[in-house]
Design a protein around this ligand. Sequence first.
Ligand SMILES: *[C@@H]1O[C@H](CO)[C@@H](O)[C@H](O)[C@H]1NC(C)=O
Ligand SMILES: *[C@@H]1O[C@H](CO)[C@@H](O)[C@H](O)[C@H]1NC(C)=O
Ligand SMILES: *[C@@H]1O[C@H](CO)[C@@H](O)[C@H](O)[C@H]1NC(C)=O
Length: 369
Amino acid sequence: MLSLCLLSLLYLSTLGVTHPGSHDEGAYFRSLASSRSVQDARQKLARCSDHIKRSGVDARAAARRTAILNSYRGIPNAGTVSTSPRSFLPQAAQSSSENPSCLLTPESTIGPYWVDGELIRSNVTDGEPGILLTLDGEFIDVDTCEPVEDILWEIWNCNATGSYSGVQDFGHHHDDDNSNLDKTYLRGIQRTDKDGAAQFTTLFPGHYPGRATHIHVLAHVGATFLPNNTVTGGHVAHIGQLFFDQDLIAAVESTAHYNTNNVRITSNTQDGIFNDVNSATGYDPILSYTRLGHSLEDGILAWTTMGIDLSASYKAESAATLTDHGGVAHFHGWFIHQLGAREILVWVVGLGLVFWLTRSFRQFCLRRA
Ligand SMILES: *[C@@H]1O[C@H](CO)[C@@H](O)[C@H](O)[C@H]1NC(C)=O
Ligand SMILES: *[C@@H]1O[C@H](CO)[C@@H](O)[C@H](O)[C@H]1NC(C)=O
Ligand SMILES: *[C@@H]1O[C@H](CO)[C@@H](O)[C@H](O)[C@H]1NC(C)=O
């Protein structure tokens, strides 16, 4: 009788326990959107949009983006992928900042998949399959409204089927092996030029549970270059996420590799981080884009301008570090990120409760026996 009592209790106690792998990136990582420094930066950004137009920064950006398109000579630039106002012909690139709300993206959250120690390189594809995405980004100082040279712009995104390289992530289907730690695909760092701009060749990101399609962005200021093509020191002045037009996502998701992923697609408006950034700030974190050729498979050019507060300094916790002997996971960071502080609290309280219940129930059973 006693053992039956205890067994049934044990069974019941397991029912309410959350699955450790089923973490929700959006739920744990509170957006910085409401913090004071971000509010201040937001007001400054709004004031910059006129200056950027008048000072010619805008015109240079349009020329640069058109030049990137022209560099894809041999692939005729053909039309748009959807009727979205974001996708336009290269000739229209001059009017990229007509809507100032598209111009600047505010701060967002770092998420659980940042790997520090990454390589300085423009082409981050590492031969992974998927739709090529040429990304042109430009950083504007929110205090002076001038472009910022020598920012170290870092990006990371998941591959066509929703996996990140360089991390040990037991929550994600097939990347729970150590070999993933040594992979570097779709991660890299570039230095901005005198126009505050830099480019990456990456892949259009796939999707995974609970998050809309996005690219992570981090900006290092004052870092030192190392001979092995990495950087060290400095501080993190910007953390952000870039999102995509929903029609474009749908089009990409119907192509090879992307369409093998059976995980339900989380739309932008279903994504907590997107909603924080979008609704709380009025800024638009969606990238402008155009096709590089006749078909989507020829690749996509996407661009954005990001406001940066150079005095801001964010704590950026990495899931792993890329070293000269491969990737090294940070168990502590991994654990916190996987479960989230709230889940850990729930577990501790839950276990205490189970312990207390077991004792009371055992006494009850003993009295009955
Ligand atoms: C990028 O690098 C991969 C190998 O890592 C190579 O196959 C590909 O051609 C490169 N793409 C561009 C646009 O340079
Ligand atoms: C994405 O990465 C995972 C793990 O690194 C790999 O198993 C998968 O095949 C990759 N997806 C594609 C489309 O190559
Ligand atoms: C680059 O060099 C630094 C300093 O020697 C080292 O700590 C780091 O592991 C190296 N990174 C890579 C990817 O080789």
